[in-house]
Design a binder for this molecule. Structure first.
Ligand code: FAD
Length: 402
């Protein structure tokens, strides 16, 4: 048996690892490369991201023996999503847009799981799959493709050939750029800070998305074995200068500032983790494929985190790619399979990408007419039962087909 892999994947992030498992399950031999060393890939540290998983994603993780590798105590069911706008915090349900699991269902809307634990579980599964080889500490520095073969050069001088290269190297994908694939990049000019905060009042499984004037705050209910219901993930969107100032504060000053920013709605906030920052840029690649190359995960579509679609869509994308490769018989890099993948994944992501960017722009722009419009928007939307059930339906989507 030749040691040449059938397929190479650049990037051992969640999308790349999930794709490796899906391909290996169908019998392909896969090599995954990533610049991070093995100890980092095996046990990535907390990165502030708490991933809201849809039922579809949970189903995928379950059926690939990943869900059982995530500690039960780290999974937090999302019972209600609450959206507010403006400075006057409504004391009750009035003025807020609420999404709940349908009446009579004991199910959650979705599940919040820390990103580093999803990555740990995926890596664990990948390590036990004999058809997958992981080349840790090795970065792809160049790639090419022709009608017969995909080639990559690693930074240690290794040249690898396979039938297909899958680029899963994140939203600022160098492979995408070096292969001449452009992307629609939307720079919101803001940064996101994420960290865990403890609070005396219980969150009751409610995820709050609050488009306040001058700041956007999300409080996501995360699991906590110590004092359940009293730990939330803060997602704060502000200008880069304000984020830098918040990052430089000592923990007591920072906690007091967040208590003020949240109008003490959960009581005195107390920071319990590192404060991690991300630039707020969204990316949609002009193409998802070229000769013997497919883009998946954030390398194809880097979503605004506001609607929590990024990894969920990344999972769907890799599943579509594997389905189309399976249809292509012997050649996993066939042009017709890659074109079919591109068509289907574009259809699944383009409307959501546009809608999410539109909502994010409207709700983070504080000019007076916009403020009035968005308040009216929430009130109307709450009365639109079909719209609400559509959003709830997306989160609770259980179908395993992409
Ligand atoms: C604050 C925040 C909150 C979020 N919340 C949610 C949520 O609730 N729900 C949701 O679904 N999504 C959410 N997301 C999005 C989600 O985190 C991403 O969609 C997901 O991590 C993308 O995975 P990926 O594998 O495509 O990319 P990445 O996680 O960026 O991984 C890319 C990998 O490629 C490697 N790499 C880079 N260059 C090379 C190279 N040249 N050669 C080889 N390897 C390379 C990197 O080392 C890295 O390991 C959130 C994102 C943020 C920032």
């Amino acid at each position: 048996m030749s040691s040449k892999p059938d397929i190479t994947i650049a990037g051992a992030g969640p999308a790349g690892l999930a794709c490796a498992l899906s391909l290996a399950e169908r019998g392909w031999r896969v090599t995954v490369t990533d610049p991070a060393p093995d100890r980092v890939l095996a046990a990535p540290s907390f990165d502030g991201r708490e991933i809201a998983l849809t039922h579809h994603s949970r189903g995928w993780l379950d059926s690939h023996d990943i869900w059982s590798r995530i500690p039960e105590g780290a999974i937090s069911p999302l019972r209600t999503a609450r959206i507010e706008t403006g400075q006057d915090v409504p004391p009750n349900e009035a003025g807020a847009l609420l999404f709940r699991a349908p009446e009579g269902s004991s199910d959650a809307l979705g599940y919040l799981v820390p990103n580093h634990l999803i990555r740990t579980a995926l890596h664990d599964a990948v390590r036990q799959e004999p058809r997958i080889t992981v080349l840790a500490g090795k970065k792809v520095v160049s790639s090419s493709g022709n009608s017969d073969v995909a080639r990559i050069l690693l930074d240690d001088g290794t040249l690898l050939e396979s039938a297909l290269l899958v680029a899963a190297d994140g939203r600022f994908s160098q492979i995408r750029q070096s292969r001449g694939i452009g992307a629609l990049v939307h720079d919101f000019g803001k940064q996101i800070m994420v960290c865990r905060m403890r609070h005396p009042l219980p969150h009751e499984g409610v995820a709050l998305q609050w488009f306040d004037e001058g700041q956007t705050i999300a409080l996501l209910p995360v699991a906590d074995d110590g004092q359940p219901g009293h730990l939330s993930s803060l997602v704060l969107t502000l200008d880069p200068g304000e984020i830098a100032a918040l990052k430089a504060m000592d923990t007591a000053t920072f906690s007091a500032d967040i208590t003020r920013r949240t109008q003490a709605r959960m009581g005195q906030m107390s920071v319990e983790s590192d404060r991690v920052t991300y630039p707020l840029k969204t990316v949609f690649a002009h193409r998802f494929q070229t000769t013997r190359l497919a883009l998946i995960g954030d390398a194809a579509v880097g979503m605004h985190p506001i609607t929590a679609h990024g990894f969920n869509l990344g999972l769907k994308g890799q599943a579509i790619l594997c389905e189309e490769i399976a249809r292509a018989d012997a050649d996993p890099g066939s042009a017709s399979a890659l074109r079919a993948f591109e068509r289907r994944h574009r259809r699944a992501t383009a409307p959501l990408f546009a809608a999410t960017n539109g909502i994010a722009t409207l709700y983070t722009h504080d000019a007076r007419p916009t403020l009035a419009l968005r308040k009216a928007g929430l009130a109307v939307a709450d009365r639109l039962a079909p719209l609400k059930s559509m959003v709830t339906g997306f989160l609770m989507d259980r179908s395993h087909t992409a």
